[in-house]
Design a protein around this ligand. Sequence first.
Ligand code: SAH
Length: 456
Amino acid sequence: MKKNDIFELEITGMTHEGLGVGKKDGLAVFVQGAIDGELVRIKVIKIAKNYAVARVENWLRKSPHRQEPFCLAYKRCGGCSLQHMTYEKQLEFKHRVVKDNLERIGGFKDIQVNPVIGMEIPMYYRNKAQYPVGMGERGVIAGFYARRSHEIITSDNCGIQDTKSEAIRNAIIKKVKEFGISPYDENTGKGLLRHIITRVAHSTGDIMVVLVVTSEKIPHLDQLVKHILERNPQVKSIVLNINSRRDNVILGDKVITVYGEDTLIDTLGPFQFHISPLSFYQVNLVQTAVLYEKAVEYAALTGNETVYDLYCGIGTISLFLARQAKQVIGVEVVEEGVQAARKNAKLNRIDNTEFHAGLAEEVVPRLYLVGKKADVVVVDPPRKGCDLALLETMVRMQPERIVYVSCNPSTLARDLKVLCGYEYSITAVQPVDMFPWTEHVEAIILMTRSGSSEKK
Ligand code: SAH
């Protein structure tokens, strides 16, 4: 096989990123946009040692699960990757991704995975939009990064963002051009405006706008603020985030409020939450409600338990658990998140929580040493999963149940394998679709303790 070869290929599987896969001459061929069960004529665009990458020339047999993508930018934009599949097919795909990872990486044979809980209306679900800003052919632009690149695509009518975000982005860019506010250039490190971020409170529609800038000296800032407010009176907070670093991390440490409140307030279930610009908040609130209710169900609290909520963000899961626990101890590395968590507990008149700032793998061993044991542990780590030191301390604390919320099935499988090396076993696996049309997969797992804490 060589580059530019054209041949027919039967698509027999899908990668975890959503690419179609077929085999030719013993080599795996990855095909963007192809679905398992399809027969396609492809053109090879890249050959590596163990695999090839190809593009579809034409379809000889289409999948019944194929649909027309609803977004005009779909082919190029890096945001969505499964729009060519029906929503039902996506849910089946995500189910398989969880099962595959648990079986292959975790070594859990024939594991039972519940059907993915999908969204009834999987559109406009994201409450946070992050638009990188750059220079286009006709002046300053803001949009989304293209797939596997930092080219900016000015996608309009995005089907997954809250619809208010785009209008605010456009209003800002109009004035940015007028006032000569320079866009940041990644190559040279010069320029002022790096990102426009909008956060919309699901319950009220209130909006926070974050302008990520290299310096607070922004020409005509007052007029820019005024214009944003005129365009959308639901904007309740405008903040500058200062980031002068030369890397890919979006946010800097310094925040300056230039209009309104320092935080946005959202309601989820019976609780209100202060959301601060630097801290994590789930992006799909409809499904977050489903996920948190599952966490509460799996934690199965009676009111006597001490519960750890690790990687607690602004304390959202903590408050859901606190209603039914003796005490909840939250741990979160972002200091601002911990402050918000304390504020949130107070706001909701919950007095049986405490929050610690620091790395879970450092804080939890210290708490364990001073005798703070856990009856139930909830963990919700970022994509890289849990540190081994944390998993080992968790085992030593001998909680009856561990509830693992994961946004990355491969690190999930790795971590569950560690826990199952001790006296824990998997009781339930429930994927929840937090990110329709994208390849991202969320799952919540209940593990129960079945004896001593000795390694098996
Ligand atoms: N449970 C929360 C947040 C989940 S996101 C919610 O549902 O909203 C994961 C969180 O873990 C983020 O807030 C991130 O700042 C935090 N985090 C990342 N690495 C960490 C570590 N090693 N120790 C503690 N917190 C960490």
